[in-house]
Design a binder for this molecule. Structure first.
Ligand code: NAP
Length: 271
């Protein structure tokens, strides 16, 4: 992670809750000097106070980056604190769900480089995936810098256009909750087949985590991985005939679930 420019010119973090703290912990671990970080947060946590960063003090005039990590509903109240940094000298990066680039341009000026990013909850253990898209003023270097900062909490991917953000929200943004529900229901199904609750939950969690980890590193794609473990007329095939059913199986169910989340994301961004 190359953050030399950030160390020299400074970084302002607006909002240091779950996501802000996870990112800050990663940056400090990668060697960003605490003195280069200015945090704005009305109720700084004990963890934050112990990091040696500047908290709620006057901001530098032209920090390299301003990272916005407040809840979307707090944005109106929070943005005035950093509005004066707009205009082109500092790169703005927002991780707020549903807040469009246009919203930030209207507050900061359209000549401000702005990158909108969508992380997900596994960022808390540095296993998130964040999708990024910049406005017309965000240069290649700006995108690289934002990727470097967000790589502190996991992987990053670039989008081609901002409209893709709704489907990203429906897939990876909201996706961890679908997987948590899969774990819940898999454990309940094991219980229904006679296993004790605790054992069923342990088996379900490790099966989902292990299969996910294998799918990520394996040379074979998930389709081939599935075929590899499905012997003809075996136990896996019996279950997959249920799960891959045209009308009642996973394909239609997940199609409808991801569409519902994507549609809701579109609605929310219009509000
Ligand atoms: N958590 C995730 O997995 C996730 C995933 C994707 C996107 N995001 C986005 O990340 C952003 C932050 O989410 P989060 O989960 O980290 O929320 P969070 O834990 O509630 O953090 C928000 C922080 O902002 C602070 N804050 C509130 N008003 C402020 C103000 N006027 N000025 C400065 N700071 C203010 C809050 O302080 P108080 O606690 O004192 O109110 C809190 O520390 C959201 O926009 C969310 O959409 C989060």
């Amino acid at each position: 992670m190359d953050i030399t420019r950030v160390a020299e010119q400074g970084l302002v973090l607006l909002g240091c809750g779950k996501m802000g703290s996870a990112m800050l912990a990663g940056w400090l671990e990668h060697g960003l000097p605490p003195a280069s970080v200015w945090v704005i947060d009305p109720y700084p946590s004990d963890w934050l106070k112990a990091q040696g960063v500047n908290i709620n003090t006057p901001l530098p005039e032209a920090p390299a980056v301003v990272l916005v990590a407040v809840k979307p509903q707090m944005m109106g109240e929070a943005l005035p604190a950093i509005q004066a940094l707009g205009g082109g000298k500092s790169l703005f990066v927002s991780v707020a769900a549903g807040k469009s680039i246009a919203t930030f341009e209207s507050v900061l000026g359209s000549d401000t480089p702005i990158i909108r990013a969508m992380p997900n909850t596994p960022a808390a253990i540095r296993q998130g995936i964040t999708a990024l898209i910049g406005n017309n003023h965000a240069s290649g270097d700006d995108l690289t810098l934002a990727e470097n900062l967000l790589s502190a909490v996991g992987e990053t991917v670039r989008l081609d256009n901002e409209a893709q953000m709704d489907a990203v929200t429906g897939l990876s943004g909201s996706g961890p909750a679908y997987v948590f529900h899969l774990i819940e229901t898999l454990a309940a199904a094991g219980q229904a087949q006679g296993l004790p609750a605790e054992l069923a939950m342990k088996l379900a969690k490790s099966t989902v985590a292990g299969a996910g980890a294998l799918a990520k590193v394996a040379e074979d794609d998930p389709t081939q991985l599935r075929i590899n473990v499905t012997s003809p007329n075996g136990t896996t095939q019996a279950a997959l005939e249920v799960l891959m059913h045209d009308e009642q199986g996973f394909p239609d169910l997940l199609h409808r679930a991801v569409k519902a989340a994507t549609d809701r994301s579109k609605e929310l961004s219009r509000e």
